[in-house]
Design a protein around this ligand. Structure first.
Ligand code: 3EB
Length: 347
């Protein structure tokens, strides 16, 4: 039984993450703004708020379906514009789009077109500030060198952004937090996003080269995302943390070693969140970030044994954690973690 009411003892806020296992009861409650539905057989429903992501959910004895529900206190409106399914509550816009493999054609062109439409929608709907993106691409590591599908995706995304922001060269200071993961074979390309009326605050990781400044060896264009974005909504602030991996500077550390990559990833998360706290609170007693949810992506289920006790202790003991099996966008990476934190101000 899924409790669809956000906690009542908090200040009004625009958005809350509620994880829910198993198939959803339909129709979905009116206070659902978005639902990212993960599962090997996830398919679109008639409800525009449900974004299906075809990835295997790893859970010991649990359900093969996981939903990240984003609940709103404000009334939710829904629509379909230019093929993009979307819902908003006046403060936040959620949207998603999908191209099946048969229609994908050239991945760079497809990514460019989809991002153009996405950016147009944000303008049209009056939510010009892009805060969070989820990118799931089938066969993400297929193709050699610059022909790799992920690199083609990155080039297309960059082209759309560079064109749209040709008159504001600072656009890389306003990129959303993002995840880029390989969906199951045949799943095509799915892009989901949140956007707001007000800009988010970019947070970068002092331990990592900014992705938008990666050198040429990782592809013809650098990946357009921020390590995290901080967004204030009345009475609440949320930190969206991008897919974080075992990358220090711009190099992959511990290629192929799941246990060591996981530890490096935890260090990256710690440093990033600590940095966000210092950026936000001039002195350390000002407050802290409390984790609200983690997603652990693992390339192959056989790596899980090596990290099982560690992820339970370091992630699941602190916030709801869901483990998904998917390819990562550098072929030497085997684990990646994304997260949502909420800002807790000291009393
Ligand atoms: C990295 O740090 C790992 O291209 O949207 C993480 C999150 C990664 C998002 C993206 C890529 C993306 O470079 C890869």
């Amino acid at each position: 039984m899924i409790e669809l009411q956000p906690a009542r003892d908090r200040a009004p806020h625009a958005l809350e993450l509620v994880p829910a296992a198993g198939p959803l009861r339909t129709p979905l409650a009116g206070n659902v703004l978005a639902c990212l539905q993960f599962g090997a057989d996830a398919t679109a429903s008639g409800d525009v708020r449900v974004m299906p992501v075809r990835l295997q959910v790893h859970s010991s004895g649990g359900s093969a379906i996981h939903n990240d529900l984003w609940l709103s206190r404000l009334p939710v409106r829904m629509g379909i514009t230019d093929g993009i399914r979307h819902a908003d509550n006046g403060e936040i816009l959620f949207g998603w789009m999908h191209l099946p493999d048969e229609q994908l054609g050239d991945v760079e062109d497809a990514a460019c077109t989809m991002h153009r439409r996405l950016l147009e929608l944000l303008q049209k709907k009056g939510f010009p500030h892009w805060l969070r993106a989820w990118n799931y691409l089938s066969r993400i590591n297929e193709g050699q060198g610059d022909a790799e599908r992920y690199r083609r995706f990155t080039a297309g995304r960059y082209r759309a952004l560079a064109d749209a922001f040709a008159s504001s060269p600072q656009f890389e200071r306003m990129l959303p937090a993002a995840t880029g993961i390989g969906a199951s074979a045949g799943a095509g390309l799915t892009i989901g996003f949140f956007a707001g009326r007000a800009p988010g605050i970019q947070v970068e990781n002092p331990r990592q080269t900014s992705a938008f400044e990666y050198p040429r060896v990782y592809g013809p264009r650098s990946p357009s995302f921020s390590r995290a974005t901080l967004q204030h909504w009345h009475g609440r602030s949320m930190l969206f943390v991008s897919g974080t991996a075992s990358i220090v500077g711009h190099a992959t550390l511990h290629p192929g070693d799941a246990a060591a990559q996981f530890e490096e990833t935890l260090r990256n998360l710690d440093v990033l969140v600590g940095h966000a706290a210092r950026q936000h609170f001039p002195h350390p007693q000002g407050g802290f970030f409390r984790p609200r949810g983690f997603k652990l992506y693992v390339r192959d289920p056989r790596w899980l044994e090596a990290i099982e006790p560690r992820w339970r202790d370091a992630l699941a003991a602190k916030a709801h954690t869901i483990v998904l099996i998917g390819d990562l966008c550098r072929n030497d990476l085997v684990v990646e973690v994304e997260a949502v934190y909420e800002l807790v101000e000291a009393a």
